[in-house]
Write a protein that binds this ligand. Structure first.
Ligand code: MEV
Length: 307
């Protein structure tokens, strides 16, 4: 009878992944798809995982869950997950999962968690997954708003997101391309390159941060073309940083040829993963891509919704 259910939204980064790790702003929004958690009273606090996960994924998830559970005094709840998002493709499934679990643990401990409290607990889980995460993923997931996010300088705590209002419906198509590399690996490899050529890499990070700020202004002004242009330029810079690959580039160009105002990889990039395209009419792009065998879906990140 008294089962609990919670939700953590997936996220998509429109501008500024990676540079956000170095303290520059990023523009990110929530997906309507995410991860659901269900909790039932039990003798002890435990997580039941979907059977589709690999052994490594299970170990990682259990470690992260146990860390968060300890922080809230291990409430006696059995938590199971129902992911609506493809896991580990760069859509913030780990953050969505962290937020869903954090909300569940707090609820089971008798609290009615605010999005800030959920984000704070999810942060402990995210550190298990990513090593040195910026916090953009789980903050966007918990707040469920389009955010201009910035890591707190020097702090090991969660950063701050400023809500970006959109007078227009901000619609995207997310398409999957190739086999994804783990975020931790991509972030670490970039860290080595930037440690060797710091000035060159800092220049590019700074420019990416500027694109994110300009993109947020474009959203507020309802100028989707300007946002799309910033996304295209951002893709060029991600590619310059060695974060793109043939499958990602091909999908970027495919989305552009289907009428995207802007298209780029989203999330960590690497050998493959997710690509995001900004569209005024995402549905016709989804139909065409699906017909071509591409795994994809559309989502509205912000702005007025049709009834
Ligand atoms: C991953 O979704 C986004 C990255 O910028 C990593 C992070 O922000 O922690 C690549």
């Amino acid at each position: 009878g008294n089962s609990l259910s919670t939700f953590g939204a997936g996220k998509v980064i429109l501008l500024g992944e990676h540079s956000v790790v170095y303290g520059h702003p990023a523009l990110a929004g929530p997906l309507s798809q995410g991860v659901k958690a269900r909790g039932v009273p039990a003798k002890k606090c435990q997580l039941v995982l979907p059977s589709t996960l690999s052994r490594a994924q299970r170990t990682l998830l259990l470690g992260a869950f146990n860390r968060a559970a300890k922080l809230v005094g291990e409430p006696p709840v059995k938590v199971s997950l129902d992911p609506e998002l493809p896991l580990a493709v760069g859509l913030g499934s780990s953050a969505a999962l962290s937020v869903a679990c954090a909300r569940m643990l707090l609820l089971a401990a008798g609290k009615a968690p605010s999005s800030k409290e959920a984000a704070r607990l999810a942060w402990a889980m995210e550190q298990e997954f990513h090593g040195t995460p910026s916090g953009v993923d789980h903050t966007t997931s918990a707040e469920e708003q389009l955010l201009l996010y910035r890591k707190q300088p020097g702090a090991s705590s969660v950063g701050k997101g400023k809500t970006v209002d959109s007078p227009r419906a901000l619609k995207v198509v997310v398409a999957l391309a190739g086999e994804r590399s783990p975020t931790k690996k991509t972030v670490a490899a970039l860290r080595q390159r930037q440690a060797r050529w710091p000035e060159r890499y800092q220049r590019i990070f700074k420019e990416m941060g500027k694109l994110a700020s300009e993109g947020a202004k474009a959203v507020e002004a309802g100028d989707l073309e300007a946002l799309g242009d910033a996304m295209n330029v951002n893709q060029g810079l991600l590619s310059a940083l060695g974060l793109s690959s043939t499958p990602l580039e091909e999908m970027v160009y495919r989305l552009r040829s289907l009428g995207a105002l802007g298209a780029k990889l989203t999330g960590a990039g690497g050998d493959g993963g997710a690509v995001v395209g900004l569209f005024t009419d995402p549905e016709s792009a989804v139909v065409q891509l699906t017909r071509q065998g591409v795994r994809c879906f559309s989502s509205q990140l912000a702005g007025p919704r049709a009834l």
